[in-house]
Design a binder for this molecule. Structure first.
Ligand code: FRU
Length: 509
């Protein structure tokens, strides 16, 4: 008898006590049980957001990845649904790996596979039990209503990697070609046979037959990405108009494994970077080879933007895995049988070639500002509005002459501190210190030099065991797991005596 993998996952969820764990987040999507990694198939549908994600319900006892599913109306409170993709087919029985969604317009639906408005593309992972040899294929799942999900009977769509590449061939993202009505494109991460990473582009008019166009190339980048890591995971393109120049740009966001540039940053096992250009055919033109990390925190990987119908326009919203490879050693696996979360979606904008990231909600919209007065940096003057709370958002603005100021999350004995400080050379640094918290394995303190001109403003979204920090207008984003003790509630101000800061707060718990 074949194992009923759907029933086994539902049973694991039913037995879970994860939500009772004091570290389980309130406004971040975390798995109902087991392990979560990449966001997948993100989409918005008539104002309801759907997030799918890499879900291992039997972690840490057994490694098998499903697509988990949750939905939300406000991007802060999520309802869990049954898993959408079960790895029980001959082509995905070692895991339903990452991929993306395409949301069709009514007039596109009739001709689409299964006549369905929701199309999901993912990677079927197969490992030979004897030789451990990997086969990766690209597969399709359709849904009429985001409640039922059906694997395409002719799966896999792309049964194997093309010649010249290895079986590291995964993470499809599909979108409408804005320049060619009726045509769809697919971007995939891949490893060349010479063990360098790149991305492949495919094209289709019916979403069933996909034709290889070739590698994504960078004709104006001076070779910057020719030998850029050994594998590119989760490549995606977002389309943004640059606020400064008015130009429409394609921003490539991806995770090149094995890149360690000789510059500040790149402290995580695998980085996540972006570069800006304009996609014409398979060329990302007008990209000069400049790249930067998307987020400077300890835990951030595999981000993806929400797919939309052209008839439901809105901001570019991006969510990532607040984790990274080989970081399953967090306290929650013992206290609640779950590990990892997704970031709260961020709004992306582009200004002068630099990505700005802002949380979807901001306290300045919700509360009148309060004025806080520092009582000496070590004293951490408690912020009254946050007393007793462990899930909240705070916006702090300092006077331009403040030399060192910031926030302590938790209490003196168990805390994470986030500060902005002027260095001797006049540059301002973000200093994050979680050395007095329960999770420091992949870094305890980190310093980020802010770009010149970044406004003295901190937005912090803290949610029990995960914190997202945004500096200035969102020039720097920093995501971290912040396991302060459950008794260590609230936050305090770290500022020099008499320093004036204004703040706005929202409480979520
Ligand atoms: C990135 C990744 C993807 C893959 C998935 C498997 O974290 O390795 O490349 O599809 O996770 O869970």
């Amino acid at each position: 008898m074949t194992e009923d993998l759907r029933a086994a996952a539902l049973e694991a969820v039913a037995r879970s006590h994860a939500a009772a764990d004091p570290d389980y987040p309130v406004v971040h999507l975390a798995p109902p049980v087991g392990r979560l990694n990449d966001p997948n198939g993100l989409l918005v549908d008539s104002g309801t957001y759907h997030a799918f994600y890499q879900f291992s319900p039997f972690h840490p006892h057994r490694k098998l990845v499903y697509w988990g599913h949750a939905s939300s109306r406000d991007l802060l409170h999520w309802t869990h649904h049954d898993p959408a993709i079960i790895p029980d087919s001959f082509y995905d029985r070692s895991g339903a790996y990452s991929g993306g969604a395409l949301v069709l317009e009514a007039e596109e639906t009739a001709a689409a596979p299964a006549g369905a408005p929701y199309q999901f593309f993912y990677t079927g992972n197969l490992k030979d039990p004897v030789t451990d040899e990997r086969t990766a294929s690209q597969c399709l799942v359709t849904s009429p209503d985001l409640a039922g999900f059906t694997k395409w009977p002719d799966n896999p769509l792309l049964p194997d990697h093309p010649a010249g590449y290895t079986a590291h061939y995964r993470d499809p993202q599909v979108w409408r070609d804005p320049d060619e009505p009726g045509s769809f494109r697919m971007l995939l991460g891949v490893q060349r046979e010479d063990l360098t990473g790149t991305a492949l582009l495919y094209r289709s008019t019916d979403l069933r037959e996909w034709e290889l166009e070739g590698e994504l190339t960078f004709p104006d980048a001076g070779g910057a990405f020719d030998h850029f890591g050994y594998m590119w995971e989760c490549p995606g393109l977002v389309h943004l108009t640059d606020e400064l120049t008015g130009q429409v740009r394609d921003v490539l966001i991806w995770c090149p494994q094995g890149v360690a540039p000789d510059t500040e940053g790149y402290e995580n096992i695998f980085p996540c970077v972006y570069t800006v250009g304009r996609l014409v055919g398979t060329e990302l033109r007008e990209c000069d080879g400049t790249f930067a990390e998307l987020d400077r925190g300890f835990e951030f990987y595999a981000p993806q933007a929400f797919a939309r119908r052209p008839s439901e326009p809105g901001p570019v919203l991006l969510t990532a895995w607040a984790g990274n490879a080989s970081e399953d050693d967090q306290p929650s696996i013992d206290t609640g049988g779950w590990v990892h979360a997704l970031t709260v979606p961020r709004v992306l904008t582009l200004r002068g070639g630099r990505l700005l990231q802002r949380p979807v909600t901001t306290p300045s919209d919700a509360t009148p500002g309060l004025t806080l007065v520092g009582e000496g940096r070590q004293a951490a003057a408690p912020i009254r509005e946050l007393e007793g709370h462990r899930s909240w958002q705070l916006r702090l603005q300092a006077a331009p002459d403040a030399d060192r100021w910031g926030l302590r999350i938790g209490t003196a004995d168990s805390c994470v501190t986030i500060e902005l400080a002027r260095a001797t050379d006049g540059a301002t640094q973000l200093i994050v210190d979680r050395s007095r918290s329960r999770y420091t394995q992949h870094g305890a303190t980190r310093i980020v030099t802010l770009p010149a001109g970044t406004a003295p403003r901190l937005e912090v979204l803290h949610d029990r065991s995960i914190t997202e920090v945004f500096v200035g207008d969102g020039e720097i984003a920093f995501t971290l797991r912040s396991f302060v003790a459950p008794h260590a509630t609230g936050a305090g101000l770290l500022a020099d005596d008499g320093a004036q800061l204004t703040a706005g707060t929202v409480v979520y718990d």
